[in-house]
Design a protein around this ligand. Structure first.
Ligand code: NDP
Length: 252
């Protein structure tokens, strides 16, 4: 059961939609106070209202993970409202596929800055909390949402895959620093999941290709990923289900 989650305090990035939103909603339904981070303030306000109406606790904090000052300001708001956090989910991410030969440096920069440096800014802002919580004998979790793209090469997803490989490697390496201090690092690598991620693709052919894959595969739902995160973070604190690949059954 997820009963051990009650009373914990989480920060979820990318909470405006998809996996982040689903995770925030599920954690809140199990008694976790959730700080919701993303850029779209109205979306966050709506989600916070929905969570509170259902009897949960949520704080909407508009923040851009590509901006260090924005992340630091968000951390200050979270600390003022909730004190130390003990569960951090890095779900903010963008996927902008195109042939590398198109030379879309704008897209590369956005993916690197959101998926890799963005996660690092959030880790910098909240890792001191996780270490302090663990030192006090309580459960502390860092969850990074990477992708199966960290392992499987797919044409025109080279830079996205590289950002996810970097995030998976970062999770692995961080464990050597944080594991001995009882901070659990979990890296989740989903396959095709039905979210808003594909809406930002500006290449009609690649967008169509992805749509076709969804039709053929029955993609995962964002709730499936939320469920996995609730499962891993509710285990006893000495148990680290540290790396999970979760794909639709039909995805090869
Ligand atoms: P969504 O697009 O639905 O969610 C991404 C979230 O990230 C949004 O809430 C968005 O909110 C937020 N975000 C984007 N840029 C920033 C930023 N600069 N600062 C703060 N927040 C930001 O897609 P998913 O739920 O699918 O994505 C979640 C994670 O899962 C991503 O890291 C993605 O790479 C990964 N993933 C997704 C897969 C899939 O098939 N869907 C498969 C494998 C991994 P806003 O725009 O308001 O800022």
């Amino acid at each position: 059961s997820y009963d051990t989650l009650a009373g914990r305090t989480a920060v979820v990035t990318g909470a405006a939609s998809g996996m982040g939103e689903a995770t925030a909603r599920l954690l809140a339904s199990h008694g976790v106070r959730v700080a919701l981070l993303a850029r779209r303030a109205e979306r966050l306000a709506e989600l916070a209202a929905t969570i509170e109406k259902a009897g949960g606790q949520a704080l909407a904090v508009a923040a851009d993970v590509t901006d260090a000052a924005s992340v630091d300001a968000a951390a200050e708001r979270v600390h003022t409202a909730y004190g130390q956090v003990d569960l951090v989910v890095n779900a903010a991410g963008v996927m902008l596929p195109n042939p590398v030969t198109d030379g879309r440096a704008d897209e590369w920069q956005r993916m690197l800055d959101t998926n890799v440096a963005g996660a690092l800014r959030v880790i910098r802002a909240f890792t001191p909390d996780l270490i302090a919580v663990a030192e006090a004998g309580r459960t502390a979790d860092l969850v990074n949402i990477s992708s199966i793209g960290a392992h499987i090469a797919f044409p025109h997803y080279a830079v996205y895959g590289a950002t996810k490989a970097a995030l998976t490697y970062l999770s692995q390496s961080l464990r050597t620093e944080l594991g001995p201090r009882d901070v659990r690092v979990t890296n989740i690598e989903p396959g095709l999941t039905d979210t808003e991620l594909a809406d930002h693709i500006d290449n009609a052919e690649l967008a169509g290709q992805l749509g076709g894959m969804f039709d053929a595969l029955t993609g995962l739902a964002a709730d499936d990923i939320a469920d996995l995160i609730a499962y891993t973070t509710s285990r006893a604190r000495h148990v680290n289900l540290r790396q999970a690949i979760v794909l639709p059954t039909r995805q090869a």
